[in-house]
Design a protein around this ligand. Structure first.
Ligand SMILES: Nc1ncnc2c1ncn2[C@@H]1O[C@H](COP(=O)(O)OP(=O)(O)OP(=O)(O)O)[C@@H](O)[C@H]1O
Length: 620
C-alpha cells in the first residue's frame, strides 16, 4: 500500500475509534466498568436463532472454512446478529481468563451499548470492517483482546449481522481483517445466490480470468428483466452503491435486449459505462421432468406443507407459522385472493397434523344456498322439516369430528348462522336442526376468505365475536404476481398438469410472458393455461407462444399496450372510461367483490384486475 494511503487509512481508523469512544460515554459506560455478561434466556435465544436461520445456515460452512485457516492461533470466531447478539462461536476461548470465557458464547451482547468500543459493536454501528485491539477498546476489561470484524449485508442490502475473529491482543495477526472480509464476501455471495434461485444470475468481470473468484460481480435479474440485487463487486463495477428505485432492468444496465441474458452461451457483455466484461450466465432452472426416483407421488406433490414451500419468503414465513400451531387447538384464518391455494394449504395443514387419519371436511359457505346451509352444517334430526330425509342427516360439522373443518368463504356465512357457529366453537358441541340433543364434537377449524372481514363487521354483516374466535393465527397468502418463486410454481404446476411420463419444456419467451403476466386468477388460472398449453405441445415436447390460450395472449398484449406510453403519475387518467373513481365506486358498491364490480362496469374480471394493478397502491 503506498505510504499516503496507509497514513489515510490509519487516520480514518483513529477517527472511527474517537467517534466510538464518544458514543460509549454517551451510553453512560465508564472505562472501569466490569463487562456485564448477561446471557439471553434460552427461549429468547432459541427465537433469535430461529429468526436468523438463513444467516446461520450459510455462515456455518464459511466459519468452518475460515477456522481451518486460523486454527491453533488461539482465536475465537463469532457470528452475531445486526444488533450484536452472538449467534454462533467457534474455537477455543482458553486464552480468556476463566471468568470471561462465557463472553463469546451464543446469547451474549457485543453491541457498543453493552460493551463500549469493540470490533463487533463498532463495525455494526459504522457499517464497515474494523480491527479494535488492546487499549483501543473502551472498557479496560477488554484491553487484553484483539478483534477484527466485518459487517454482513443481506441480499437486499440490509445489515444482517457481523463476523468477528477475537484473539489475545499480543497474538493478533495483521492479516486477520482481510481474511474476515473475504469470508464475509463469500458468505454474502452465497446468500445472494440462495435467495434468488429462480432468477437470472450474471457473473461478470472486466478481467474474465477473475470469473468464479471472490472479486467477480454478481447481478441478479427477474426473468422479465428488472434488477433484483447486486453483490459488492457488481455495485462497484456498475457504479451503483445502492439499488436504484425503480430498479433498472437488464437492457438499461447492459445495453442489450433481455434475450441476451436468457442465452447461457453469452460470454461477453458491455456495461452501460462502455466497459467490456467477460460473463457467465446462470438461467433459472427450466421446468423439467424429475427423475423417477426423485419424483414424489401425485398426492405428495400437493398435500403436505413442505411441498408448498417453493422459495417465496412470504409464503415460507406463513408456512413456518402454520407449522407452529399444528395440533395446538388454535383456529387458523387464511386470507388471500381467489386461486392462491387457500384450500390446498388448509388440506396440507390437516395432512401434517395429528388428525391426518381423520376426516378433512371442506364447506364453501358462498356456494351453498342460504336456505340449505344450516342443515348442511349442523345436520337435522328425523323429520325435522318438510322435505328432509326421513332418517335425518349428519351435518358437515359432525362429519369433521376428530378431524378438521375447513370453512371456505366464511365472509359469506349468513348472520344468524354465525351465532350458531360461534356457539359450536365455544361449547364444542352441536345441536342438529329439530333436535334437543347436544352432540359433543372435537374439530380443528380453518377458515378462509378473500373478503375484508373488518369491513364486513363495520357494515354489520359479520359478527365481531365470531371474528375474534376464528382469527387465532391469521395467514395471508401472497397473490401469484407477488411471489418471488413464480418459476418454481410454474415448474410444479407443469408437473401436475402433464400426463404421467410427459416432459414438456417451456420456451424462454413463454417463460418470460408467464413471468410478466399479473395472474388475476392466481394459481388456478396458471393451472388452466399450462394444462391446455402442455396438451397442445405434447408432440413437440416444448411449449411455444402458439400453444398459449388466445385470451391469455390478448390479455398479455393489452398489458404491454397499457404499460407502454403512460407516465406513472398519469396512469389513473390513462385508464380511459374506467377511471379510478368508477372502479373504486363499483368496488365499494359491491363490498370489494371484484367479479360483481367488473360486471357492473361491463368489463371482464381480468381487465378489471389488470387495470386495478396499474393504479397507485391503496387507491382501491
Ligand atoms: N402451490 C401450488 N402448487 C400447485 N398447484 C397449486 C398451488 N396452489 C394452488 N394450486 C392449485 O390451484 C388451484 C386453486 O387452489 P385453491 O382451490 O386451493 O385456491 P383457493 O385460494 O382456495 O381459491 P378460492 O378462494 O377461489 O376457493 C387448485 O387447482 C390447486 O390445486
Amino acid at each position: 500500500m503506498p505510504l499516503h494511503t496507509t497514513a489515510q487509512a490509519s487516520a480514518d481508523h483513529a477517527h472511527l475509534l474517537t467517534l466510538a469512544h464518544e458514543r460509549s460515554r454517551r451510553y453512560g459506560l465508564a472505562l472501569r466498568d466490569a463487562p456485564h455478561y448477561q446471557r439471553l434466556g434460552q427461549g429468547a435465544l432459541r427465537d433469535a436463532l430461529d429468526q436468523h436461520r438463513f444467516l446461520s445456515r450459510h455462515a456455518t460452512p464459511v466459519m468452518e472454512h475460515l477456522y481451518a485457516q486460523i486454527a491453533n492461533t488461539g482465536s475465537m470466531l463469532v457470528l452475531t446478529s445486526a444488533s450484536g447478539l452472538v449467534l454462533h462461536s467457534l474455537g477455543d476461548s482458553d486464552f480468556l481468563p476463566k471468568a470471561d470465557q462465557v463472553a463469546l458464547i451464543p446469547g451474549m451482547d457485543w453491541s457498543e451499548q453493552a460493551q463500549g468500543t469493540n470490533a463487533i459493536g463498532t463495525a455494526l454501528q459504522e457499517r464497515q470492517a474494523i480491527t479494535v485491539q488492546g487499549a483501543q477498546h473502551f472498557m479496560h476489561a477488554n484491553h487484553s483482546l484483539a478483534c477484527s470484524c466485518a459487517p454482513i449485508f443481506g441480499p437486499h442490502g440490509e445489515l444482517m449481522g457481523a463476523l468477528d475473529v477475537t484473539s489475545e491482543h499480543h497474538r493478533h495477526h495483521p492479516h486477520t481483517l482481510a481474511l474476515v472480509r473475504m469470508s464475509v464476501q463469500m458468505l454474502e455471495n452465497q446468500m445472494l445466490t440462495a435467495q434468488f434461485p429462480q432468477a437470472i444470475r450474471i457473473h461478470f468481470h472486466a478481467r474474465p480470468e477473475f470469473l468464479g473468484t471472490l472479486v467477480e460481480g454478481i447481478a441478479i435479474f427477474a426473468p422479465d428483466g428488472p434488477l433484483l440485487s447486486l453483490n459488492r463487486s457488481a455495485q462497484f463495477q456498475l457504479g451503483l452503491p445502492t439499488l436504484p428505485q425503480p430498479a433498472p432492468d437488464f437492457a438499461a444496465l447492459f445495453n442489450q435486449p433481455l434475450a441476451t441474458a436468457w442465452n447461457a452461451q453469452t460470454q461477453h457483455l458491455m456495461l452501460h459505462s462502455g466497459v467490456r466484461v467477460g460473463c457467465r450466465i446462470h438461467l433459472p432452472q427450466r421446468p423439467s421432468a424429475p427423475t423417477a426416483a426423485a419424483k414424489p407421488s401425485a398426492t405428495q406433490r400437493l398435500s403436505h406443507l413442505q411441498y408448498l414451500d417453493t422459495g417465496d419468503v412470504q409464503l415460507a414465513h406463513a408456512i413456518a407459522r402454520l407449522r407452529k400451531v399444528l395440533d395446538k387447538d388454535i383456529p387458523v384464518m387464511l386470507l388471500g385472493e381467489t386461486g392462491t391455494g387457500k384450500d390446498l394449504l388448509a388440506h396440507a395443514w390437516h395432512q401434517d397434523s395429528a388428525r391426518a387419519d381423520q376426516p378433512f371436511i371442506a364447506v364453501n359457505c358462498a356456494s351453498i344456498p342460504e336456505s340449505l346451509i344450516e342443515a348442511e352444517l349442523f345436520g337435522y334430526a328425523d323429520g325435522a322439516f318438510t322435505g328432509a330425509r326421513k332418517k335425518g342427516a349428519i351435518g358437515k360439522i359432525a362429519q369433521a369430528h376428530g378431524g378438521t373443518l375447513f370453512l371456505d368463504e366464511i365472509g359469506d356465512m349468513p348472520l344468524p348462522l354465525q351465532a350458531r357457529l360461534l356457539r359450536v366453537l365455544q361449547e364444542r358441541c352441536i345441536t342438529p336442526l329439530g333436535s334437543e340433543k347436544d352432540i359433543p364434537i372435537d374439530i380443528a377449524v380453518v377458515c378462509a376468505t378473500h373478503q375484508d372481514l373488518k369491513a364486513r363487521i363495520a357494515q354489520g354483516l359479520f359478527r365481531e365475536d365470531l371474528y375474534y374466535r376464528l382469527n387465532g393465527l391469521v395467514v395471508r397468502l401472497p397473490a401469484l404476481r407477488e411471489r418471488s418463486d413464480l418459476l418454481a410454481v410454474i415448474a410444479k404446476v407443469l408437473q401436475v398438469v402433464q400426463p404421467e411420463g410427459a416432459a414438456c419444456q417451456l420456451a424462454p419467451d413463454v417463460l418470460e410472458k408467464l413471468a410478466r403476466y399479473p395472474w388475476p386468477g392466481n394459481v388456478r388460472q396458471l393451472h388452466n393455461v399450462l394444462r391446455t398449453a402442455s396438451v397442445l405441445a405434447a408432440e413437440e415436447g416444448i411449449v411455444t407462444c402458439a400453444d398459449l390460450p388466445d385470451d391469455f395472449l390478448e390479455d398479455y398484449a393489452q398489458i404491454l399496450a397499457d404499460e407502454a406510453p403512460a407516465a406513472p403519475e398519469n396512469k389513473a387518467e390513462n385508464l380511459g372510461d374506467f377511471t379510478l373513481q368508477r372502479m373504486a365506486q363499483a368496488l365499494q358498491a359491491h363490498q370489494g367483490n371484484v367479479s360483481a364490480a367488473a360486471k357492473a362496469l361491463g368489463i371482464s374480471r381480468n381487465t378489471f384486475y389488470r387495470k386495478k394493478a396499474l393504479l397507485p397502491p391503496g387507491a382501491v
